[in-house]
Design a protein around this ligand. Sequence first.
Ligand SMILES: *Cc1c(COP(=O)(O)O)cnc(C)c1O
Length: 382
Amino acid sequence: MSNLNKIWLSSPHMGGTEMNYVQEAYDTNWVAPLGPNVNGFEQDLQKYTGAEHASALSAGTAAIHLALILLGVEAGDEVIAQSFTFSATVNPITYLGAKPILVDSEKDTWNICPKALKQAIEDRIEQTGKKPKAILPVHLYGMPAKMKEINEIARFYDIPVVEDAAEALGSHLSGKKLGTWGDFGVLSFNGNKIITTSGGGALLSNDGELIEKSRFLATQARDVAPHYQHSHVGYNYRMSNIVAGIGRGQMEVLEDRVNRRREINAWYVDLLKDVPGITFQTEPNSNYYSNYWLTSVLVDPEQTGGITREDLRLALEKENIECRPLWKPMHMQPVFADCPFYSTGVSEKLFKQGLCLPSGSNMNQEDLDRIEKALKDILIKN
Ligand SMILES: *Cc1c(COP(=O)(O)O)cnc(C)c1O
């Protein structure tokens, strides 16, 4: 094992002004799940994404949970989700006693396949006599899903869309920011995302009443009364004013972070463009703009001379460089094995051959040199 510093897949990258906002919160004693930083961060998110309203929450997972509640998802309902994702997309469906209906990906963007989505909706209606209550597409690794096609289908069947943009802050499609295509958009500021508040999330929508309601539900659903009065079940999901201070500082450097991740992606593409059997997750055309949160490749051992994704991962691990297989699809997970699944065959292949490469915006030239050497040692020398 190398004794050089570990190169992480994606680690927090502070901009420098975060502590000013945190200090101000401390000095003014706004150490609470509300305050000027929470309001300021929400305004920053609205301004940046173009969403009319945003509520800052404790996690992206909480944002998905609240979106489903606000859409009236209840026990026994069905909700469609992209199978190829992190479990946090799908878990909130089960919190409500609803049933996840999993849909496979298409190969252009690696995200939910519109054709399979349409087939799934029609099949669910035929089998149960009821429409699914919501559709949850995901923009994996920052790559926009085919939102025009997805929204068209959603509108045809009149089913609301909750867009999981947890990995895609800063990405856009036809100039419109991700997180603003669905009825709701979900963002995450977990420690490994493109910007971070250590942990946190946000819910976006153009419906101000629903966003106000999300704030109400996220603060224990307290009715207006001098005593504690409740007519709804509530949650403790609001973002703290300290954490929101980090978020305000991070918003000042978000555009730099997106540019740097895209630069790293272009660097990898250039480095590996002539290596047979290595292909990238790539923007299908110029309407697509990915933040390239994580640069991801497929390794086809039939063309690499037998080198597999796992060979590559282990070779880099030996040099203290972190890589990860792509998300294991939800239909392959024991906990969701019983969920109906509409297959295209794409995500299983992606999982088998796919690898996320170190993509942190804080990597320096020395880090890139080490990665280059490790990749060349295994892919080119062999
Ligand atoms: C990170 C992530 C989430 C969850 O966000 P948290 O803030 O960690 O709760 C949801 N969906 C996807 C695709 C993610 O990558």
